[in-house]
Design a protein around this ligand. Structure first.
Ligand code: PEP
Ligand code: MG
Length: 583
């Protein structure tokens, strides 16, 4: 029987496919399809791994016997028996084979898929002893995965994760309890047509990366990963934040229709790519792209972006087992982004780790595990706490600026002292490059306005910076005291709260009065329901994920800035601005 789970809407579109449940601890397991002729090779890899683990266990049993320790350690002996039994279990073997033969999953993926199926059955057992055997099964699978890691697949080397075998036409959607932004990035080139996670708010970084993948996704769907079983048919409505499990034929037909409509709409929007973003009354609007990786420049250009308004460099620092990128590696990455944009400007933001973008364990610093990480050592605070590391990044950015127009953007500044320290370090980086005789280019310096304290002291920022960029995701989080990553308070996350609008409007007006450029690069910029309001408040530069650019452009083409300015003032003065938004 079909049922529905609700969560936070992340991105437009509908995905219909079979569920692949991935446990958080197994996210790094490779997921790719194998070709028909490689199916036997994968089955053999599994058999080989199982045999190695069986041998390992039998060796331990032998040595226990030899030492006469079986009686001394009866639990250990019994445990080894259970592990051997599980390894030889027919349901495990035949289930794994099914995923490889029928679905063409690679061996590791097939093994973890079947693990999920059997683990559910253990969870439902009445007998607590049997229920606890789930942990044994997980251990056995973990050992097999470890063995397989050591025997590289001959297929994996040639198969890119997205290299779909034409024999496998079933679309797949990924269901997970939680995915960190770095995990999400790993799935960027993957086989999945949609995502659902149990946790996460609408502007959490996991949702932001999901949005950048331009596939339907729902986050904060609470217990979805428990309610959905491996291989269930699932519909993801990324626009409504709805997940339908085991849909009826009627629902399938309805959503299939919606899916096709979405494709037609995309096709229609794609014709706007080369249309200039100009309002009805002739005002030019700048539409920029947010990117996470240098390679995203391709999508930015394809969507008709006139530059990159936000390159979130922290993704270069994540998922690296503690080894942070050095100056050379960063320089090469920034240069790739700059060259990828073919002469259009690239705004490179200095690293913003912390809060819901943690570095992996190995790179954590003492005190990183704070109770309130969003209020802790994040973004510029993290950089200023380690000037040597920060100088690596500043030098790399300055060097990349020799290859094209670069703006350097600093996140989360709040204090005059932080501004002075940051600017002094930028100057130091230049001097160091001079001393080494290295080539670097000019940069425009910008600050993010994403802490209320910054929005209330705009003149200070304008004295020191060439441009400002408003990070509405954090500005809303900090103004309304709502954790953006916590789905439990996401109903309170309100971009049109009067306090937020006052801060936004004040920042835009002051920048314009001084002739300095200002943009919005938070998720508000890509929300078509807010385009008219932002234009009415005087915004002329928007930065968003490439996938949203054309839809926002379509709104802009229908705007009259004069009329919207008058209307925006009434929204600004209203007790309940949301009520006026439909006007
Ligand atoms: C923001 O806070 O709005 C922003 C753009 O930065 P991030 O989402 O990376 O925190
Ligand atoms: Mg931010």
């Amino acid at each position: 029987m079909s049922f529905t789970v609700h969560g936070q809407a992340v991105s437009r579109g509908v995905a219909i496919g079979r569920a692949v449940i991935v446990a958080s601890s197994r996210i790094d397991v490779a997921h790719y399809f194998v070709k028909t002729e490689q199916v036997d090779v994968e089955i053999e890899r599994l058999r080989g791994a199982r045999d190695v683990v069986v041998e390992e266990i039998e060796r331990v049993q032998l040595s226990l016997n030899a030492q006469g320790s079986n009686d001394a350690h009866p639990e250990l002996a019994a445990l080894l028996d259970v592990h051997l039994m599980l390894l030889q279990d027919e349901q495990l073997a035949s289930g794994v084979k099914h995923w490889i033969v029928e679905r063409h999953y690679n061996a590791e993926w097939a093994l973890t898929s079947q693990l999920e199926v059997i683990a559910r059955q253990f969870d439902e057992m009445e007998d607590p002893y049997l229920r606890e055997r789930k942990a044994d099964l997980e251990q056995v699978v973990e050992r097999m995965l470890r063995v397989m890691r050591g025997m590289a697949s001959p297929v994996a080397a040639s198969a890119s994760p997205g290299a779909e075998d034409s024999s496998n036409e079933v679309p797949l959607v990924l269901i997970a309890h939680d995915l960190s932004p770095a995990d999400m990035l790993q799935f960027k080139q993957s086989v999945f047509a949609g995502f659902v996670t149990d946790v996460g708010g609408k502007t959490s970084h996991t949702a932001i990366v999901a949005r950048s993948m331009d596939i339907p996704a729902v986050v904060g769907a609470r217990s979805a990963s428990h309610l959905i079983a491996q291989d269930d048919w699932v519909i993801i409505d990324g626009e409504a934040g709805v997940v339908v499990i085991d849909p009826s034929p009627v629902l399938l037909a309805e959503y299939g229709f919606k899916q096709r409509q979405g494709e037609v709409e995309r096709e229609r929007l794609s014709r706007l790519k080369n249309t200039p973003a100009v309002t009805l009354d002739g005002q030019k609007i700048e539409l920029l792209a947010n990117i996470e990786q240098p390679e995203d420049a391709v999508a930015a250009l394809k969507a008709g972006a006139v530059g990159v308004g936000l390159f979130r460099t922290e993704f270069l620092f994540m998922g690296r087992n503690g080894k942070l990128p050095d100056e050379e590696e960063q320089y090469r990455a920034y240069r790739r982004a700059v060259e990828g944009m073919q002469g259009l400007p690239v705004t490179i933001r200095t690293v913003d780790v912390g809060a819901d973008k943690p570095l992996d364990r190995g790179a954590l610093r003492a005190g990183d595990d704070h109770l309130n990480p969003a209020l802790g050592l994040r973004a510029i605070r993290w950089s200023l706490a380690d000037p040597a590391m920060f100088l690596f990044q500043l030098r790399a950015i300055l060097r990349a600026a020799a290859h094209g127009a670069v703006n350097l953007l600093v996140p989360m500044l709040a204090h005059a002292r932080e501004i002075r320290q940051t600017l002094a370090l930028v100057q130091r980086a230049r001097e160091q490059l001079d001393a080494r005789g290295m080539v670097y280019g000019p940069v425009r310096l910008g600050a993010m306005i994403e802490v209320p304290a910054a929005a209330l002291t705009v003149p200070l920022f304008l004295r020191h910076f060439d441009f400002l960029s408003i990070g509405t995701n954090d500005l809303i989080q900090y103004t309304l005291a709502i954790d953006r990553a916590d789905e439990a308070v996401s109903h309170l996350y309100d971009p049109v709260h009067p306090a937020v609008l006052q801060l936004l409007a004040g920042t835009i007006v002051q920048c314009r009065a001084q002739g300095k450029s200002v943009s919005v690069c938070g998720e508000m910029a890509g929300d078509v329901t807010l385009t008219r309001l932002l234009i009415g408040l005087g915004l002329r530069s928007f930065s968003m994920h490439p996938s949203q650019i054309l839809a926002v452009k379509q709104q802009i083409l229908r705007c009259d800035t004069g009329k919207l300015a008058t209307w925006a003032q009434s929204v600004l003065a209203a007790e309940d601005p949301a009520a006026l938004m439909a006007d």
